[in-house]
Design a protein around this ligand. Sequence first.
Ligand code: FAD
Length: 607
Amino acid sequence: MPVYKAPLRDMKFLLNEVFDYPKHYASLACGENATPDIVDAILTECGKFCEEVVGPLNQVGDEEGCKFDNGEVTTPKGFKEAYNQFVMGGWQGLSAPEAFGGQGLPASMGLLKQEMMGTANWSFSMYPGLSLGAMNTIYLHGSEEQKQTYLVPLTEGTWGGTMCLTEPQCGTDLGQVKTKAEPQADGSYKITGTKIFISSGEHDLTENIVHIVLARLPDAPKGTRGISLFIVPKFLPDANGGVGERNGVSCGSLEKKMGIKASATCVMNFDDATGFLIGPENQGLECMFTFMNTARIGTSIQGVGAAELSYQGALEYAKDRRSMRALSGKKEPDQIADSLIHHADVRRMLLTQKAIAEGGRAMLYYAARLADHMVEGHEQGDTKKAESYDDKLGFLTPILKGFLTEMGFEAANHGAQVFGGHGYIREHGMEQIIRDTKIAVLYEGTTGIQALDLLGRKVLLMTQGGAVREFTLTVANFARKQLTNKRTRPFALELLKLTAQWNALTVRLMLAARKDRDAISAAAYDFLMYSGYVTMAYMWARQASVAASSLASGEGSESEEFYNAKLATAEFYYERLLPRAQSHATSMLSPTSNLMQLDAEAMAFTS
Ligand SMILES: Cc1cc2nc3c(=O)[nH]c(=O)nc-3n(C[C@H](O)[C@H](O)[C@H](O)COP(=O)(O)OP(=O)(O)OC[C@H]3O[C@@H](n4cnc5c(N)ncnc54)[C@H](O)[C@@H]3O)c2cc1C
């Protein structure tokens, strides 16, 4: 298994030099404590915790997995001790409101923590990650009493949380949810039904587990408009807010799955369990989907993390393992053969991983700034500001979630490929990254669903192309300023072409959709991937621009080698990865008949 090293230099380059986070934090009401020194200290401490405590449990967790016995789930050896350290370090409350015991730092600081922890060990990071989802939901929609009861222990991390949406018959189409909620005389509800695939549904890390559950009231309208949201704790809180009586919710079994084996994926049975309504009746889905953008960005971290971890492993191996001679002549004449890193084809794989990891990280940090502004708007009761940033983030979210997880999965494949046959052998841990990362393109909305959300909802239905126009304007304004710089001019010219093309494609798809109802679903995936490649190109141009000006002025805080590597990777990205956008452009405009003409019965001719 690659030994995780927190990529602090790259993180700080993006934070301080590309996106000017110090200025950004200084402008936020909650940024007062996020001074450069404090941010630096948190990054270093978190990096250390992830390198020394969380990372070393990644492979052990995969080998051992979670164990199920009579309703109880035991996490792999070492997880409980590491989780206790996580709680003692106050990591869960980093970006949580101070009123509930958190440190009140900007939301983006939480993302940095999640990135390091998730890259070191995604399975481990799922437990606190799901709790964050529950915390956000209660914070935004819970009553004052619910907030007081649940948010403090959740923020401490002594209680965990889950999100219980999926049922055997539905994951994407939550309008089919069947779990029932019967109102009781005391104002509570009796919840009955089965939820499947529930991450962290049962485990031994926390004293209590707070389930956030989607269920239907007896007289609720059919479909998505008849779903309500409930808090169902494993143990009902006692009068002092401690752990009281056991509730009627239990884990029926653990799913046996492809990866993230140390993350407990549970079948949860609710049997007349006591639940408490959150938010208005029948508006459960709306409540659940507030902050969905931030949850989905959370999942896109998994793609970047997979690319980073796999790259770290593959790079070390490629420098160490020897095979044949470089085609341009011996590179290490004293050795029996040259190391893998001297072969162009191996470099193609390594640089693809590097471009995805660093370009993806830039996309995350770009979006995290928007999330900070959105949260601030919310906190200040400034609905207009909150909605404006939510819209900007809403456009980018499906691109981040869909594109970065697909690219992270590709990067993980390259990592195993660099190891040759050894990549297929468990001992090296490279195949584990592939298995662990596959889930990222499935949960929190599959890539197909992200694509429909982007093209169908955000781009066409809600804004008639306005979302693309607004974002491409930002990109084009940046690009125009780069035209006079010799080093960034080629990137700027390409970006200008792409921003025009992105708008033209949007208009053509809008027209196609008027004539053919299948056009959106047929084009959505290609549109999402195209959007991802262009957004990442923007991020690489921004990094290249900072690198070029720092080299020219000699004033940046990084080394010359670092900046030259940024420029070289940007060039690689533009010349070897970005051309893929054109194949997506061609494909998205092709007629839907090539997808729809075959009858279902004619899809296969078996005996
Ligand atoms: C390890 C793991 C952890 C999970 N954790 C949680 C959790 O904590 N909480 C929770 O509630 N759920 C969880 N899930 C469930 C997960 O979110 C769902 O599996 C996912 O949303 C997909 O739903 P589905 O499996 O029902 O697939 P389906 O909805 O049946 O989709 C099947 C395929 O059809 C496509 N599709 C479906 N509808 C359309 C459409 N209208 N147009 C085009 N294509 C479509 C999809 O993209 C997909 O490719 C988890 C799942 C796993 C495997």
